[in-house]
Write a protein that binds this ligand. Structure first.
Ligand code: SF4
Length: 428
């Protein structure tokens, strides 16, 4: 299937039809029980899962947040926003949730300079000139899901690898030797090959060497997040990819990731498991980016209201080419549009972190860092074992654009009047 999923109109909700399910909110359901064989068959079959039906082994929060965000996005019409609306919102001291969509509408594009100035001022007010660094460590690239746009998807013919403990230690030591104090541990989403024990051990090893440990792994239940927190993880990143249910169902063909509301509730489960912070992002370019940016902003906002102690941050990834993946037929997001979204996040939630990864060019990242980003990656490799050139390296997830080392990044940031920070968290 080209642009896989593009020709498929609807998922076949096999498991929902065959097993007793109860309603969860107005859009979702939950299957009460299902034998393991049927569940595995559904997980490993294209379109075998209903995107709106939780499996019996999944925690369900059912607090209305999913419906609230999707209702707001359905009602959003970017084309109806006028220049007068933008003026009104920019003249207010605080941007209300109902007004975020104004800032990412086409009518706000001519105000980008003014938005950038306000975003810059808010960043200085909340974060000074600090810019924090981290690097990702890819532990494994096995994945049970088939996301058509990703090179790690279970049907792509890439070279798979998973670091063993000795290799993990070597990679962690090599990264720590560069001066990094924050690490983001990533796996593909395969709870069998990279089970919670495996990830927990990697967190323990990382926490011995780094002051901040983030994880970007498959969405888990509260008890598993609590276990990973205990092992040393501090924060959790989960990309929702797109908040458009029909697009989501077309692009996520196989695996547990098809179940959209379970992914949506991951940040809350992580916080209930004791994590210090959570990060949110759509993958811009998979669907209509203004709607996705609005949904992400509201999602992060409602979580911040429900968990006031949580550190909240946004990532701002745009789709990148990847070996073994298909580029979906989504709208291209320009740099100016990406900057508009980033400035809107800052103006709406001035206290939130904003991360810009090495998917973007050095020129763009430097520009955004001077305006409002608070965290950037450096010394990045998205392959498995590449930091220490392991014999059995696994292929990269996507192509990066900015390959500067930590030392090069620090020099560049200082040259722009920013203060590189390796860690801003002190345990007392
Ligand atoms: S995007 Fe994540 S879940 Fe999807 S195929 Fe890639 S690694 Fe797996």
């Amino acid at each position: 299937m080209s642009a896989a999923g593009e020709k498929v109109v609807a998922a076949a909700p096999a498991q929902a039809a065959e097993f007793e399910a109860v309603p969860v909110g107005k859009r979702c359901r939950r299957i009460l029980s299902m034998d393991e064989e049927a569940m595995n068959r559904a997980i490993h079959t294209d379109f075998g899962l209903d995107p709106m039906t939780f499996l019996p082994d999944m925690d369900v929060l059912d607090n209305g947040m999913f419906d609230r965000v999707l209702d707001a996005v359905e009602a959003y019409d970017p084309g109806a926003v006028t220049a007068a609306d933008v003026r009104r919102v920019l003249d207010a001291d605080v941007v209300e949730p109902a007004d975020f969509g104004v800032l990412v509408a086409p009518a706000a594009a001519p105000f980008l300079e003014e938005m950038a100035e306000r975003a810059r001022a808010e960043r200085v007010r909340w974060f000074g000139t600090n810019i924090q660094f981290f690097t990702p460590l890819y532990l494994a690239n096995y994945c049970e899901n088939r996301c058509v746009y990703c090179g790690f998807n279970c049907e792509s013919g890439i070279h798979r690898a998973r670091l063993n403990e000795e290799q993990t230690i070597a990679e962690l030591d090599a990264i720590a030797a560069t001066g990094q104090e924050e690490i983001l541990l990533l796996t593909g989403e395969d709870p069998v090959t990279s089970d919670v024990d495996y990830i927990a051990r990697a967190c323990e090893l990382a926490a011995e060497r780094f002051k901040n440990v983030g994880i970007e792994v498959y969405p888990a239940n509260v008890a598993d997040y609590a276990r990973l927190r205990e092992a040393g993880a501090d924060f959790v990143t989960v990309f929702q990819e797109t908040y458009d249910p029909s697009r989501y169902a077309k692009l996520h063909v196989r695996g547990r990731k098809r179940i959209m509301p379970y992914r949506f509730e991951a940040q809350e489960r992580a916080l209930k498991g004791g994590m210090r912070g959570v990060a949110f992002a759509p993958l811009l370019g998979l669907s209509e980016f203004r709607h996705d940016a609005l949904a992400c902003a509201l999602h992060a906002y409602y979580v911040s209201r429900a968990y006031p102690h949580a550190e909240i941050s946004f990532s701002c990834p745009r789709l990148r080419p990847a070996p073994g993946a298909v580029t979906p037929n989504g709208p291209h997001v320009t740099e100016a549009q990406l900057l508009q979204v980033i400035c809107a996040y800052r103006i709406f939630m001035p206290f939130a972190g904003i991360t810009v990864s090495s998917r973007e060019s050095a020129r763009f990242r430097d520009h955004v860092a001077t305006i409002t980003a608070t965290k950037v990656s450096a010394g990045v490799s998205t392959g498995i074992g590449e930091h220490t050139h392991q014999e059995e390296e696994g292929d990269d997830q996507f192509e990066i654009d900015d390959s500067r080392t930590l030392a090069q990044m620090c020099k560049a940031m200082r040259g722009m009047g920013l203060e590189p920070v390796m860690n801003d968290h002190v345990l007392v």
